[in-house]
Ligand binder design. Structure first.
Ligand code: NDP
Length: 260
């Protein structure tokens, strides 16, 4: 017969099992040196994961690694938009750190401008970093992930990829592309028990939004404030640790999407 205390006991057992499950798993966080990726790296390290922190700036990735809880974390310099660099980096990660359990794709750039004012080279940079970069890292990580139980990928999209936004045509397109990519990859690898989900943040307080006037932005956010990177990290952790969620888009935006 179920009682409150038997439920509580069972939930403690599940929590312990989940901590063991996360313990010493290898997590690769692309874009882990700053902002959302850094908060994700910090939370995963606190949960006992070993981290491979990837960004173009090695010193920044190294500084993040030095600030993480625990040992055995490694920094890698890699431009995710460059196929050869990505392949080489993931080969090294696999050889030196072991099989990859988690991949979080938080490397991204924005170049906000009306389409008429967007330079073709900025279009290429946006698509190559935000969309192609995620495709390349997923492709490079998958072989290693096939060897781990309960492996999972979280790609970071954006609410503007779901709703569109004037002044962000190409950025939105790069993020909308991630939705189709994530759902398709989820179908491709489900039989190998690898889960793939997309997390779509709204306004989050990072370097990327540092140039925005928060008081202008918050008017359209039902919760009345920008989100913190740590609040996105909590949702990433949920997607990584869950066992029956795949091919989904989780929106973390303080309700912004409701008002768009
Ligand atoms: P930040 O600018 O704070 O951090 C971006 C990270 O990506 C840095 O670590 C940066 O390191 C890395 N990066 C950028 N380009 C590359 C590249 N070509 N190769 C490897 N690493 C790269 O951004 P946020 O943390 O705010 O954004 C993280 C993700 O979340 C992005 O995809 C962004 O589009 C998305 N997002 C952010 C929102 C926000 O409000 N902040 C809202 C919705 C989505 P380095 O420069 O050293 O390479």
């Amino acid at each position: 017969q179920r009682t409150y205390s038997s439920d509580l006991q069972q939930s403690r057992v599940l929590q312990r099992e989940s901590n063991i499950r996360v313990m010493s798993r290898l997590a690769v966080v692309c874009g882990g040196s700053r902002g959302i990726g850094k908060a994700v790296s910090r939370l995963l390290a606190e949960r006992g994961c070993r981290l491979a922190v990837v960004s173009r700036n090695k010193d920044a990735a190294q500084a993040t690694v030095a600030s993480l809880h625990g040992a055995d974390h490694v920094a890698f310099s890699c431009d995710v938009s460059k196929e050869r660099e990505v392949q080489k980096t993931f080969d090294t990660i696999h050889k030196t750190c072991g099989n990859i359990s988690y991949l979080v794709n938080a490397a991204g750039i924005n170049r906000d401008a009306l389409l008429l004012r967007t330079k073709p080279e900025d279009m290429v940079a946006l698509l190559h970093t935000n969309l192609l970069g995620t495709m390349l890292t997923c492709r490079a990580a998958l072989r290693s992930m096939l060897h781990t139980q309960g492996a999972a990928i979280v790609n970071i999209g954006s609410v503007v990829g779901l709703k569109g936004n004037a002044g962000q045509c190409v950025y939105s397109a790069s993020k909308a592309g991630l939705e189709g990519f994530t759902r398709s990859l989820a179908k491709e690898v489900a039989s190998r028990n690898i889960r793939v989900n997309l997390l779509a943040p709204g306004f989050i307080r990072t370097d990327m939004t540092a140039g925005l006037r928060e008081e202008d932005g918050v008017r359209s956010i039902p919760l009345g404030r920008f989100g913190e990177p740590e609040e996105v990290a909590q949702a990433v952790l949920f997607l990584l640790e869950s066992s029956y969620v795949t091919g989904q888009v989780l929106v973390v935006d303080g309700g912004l999407q409701l008002a768009m």
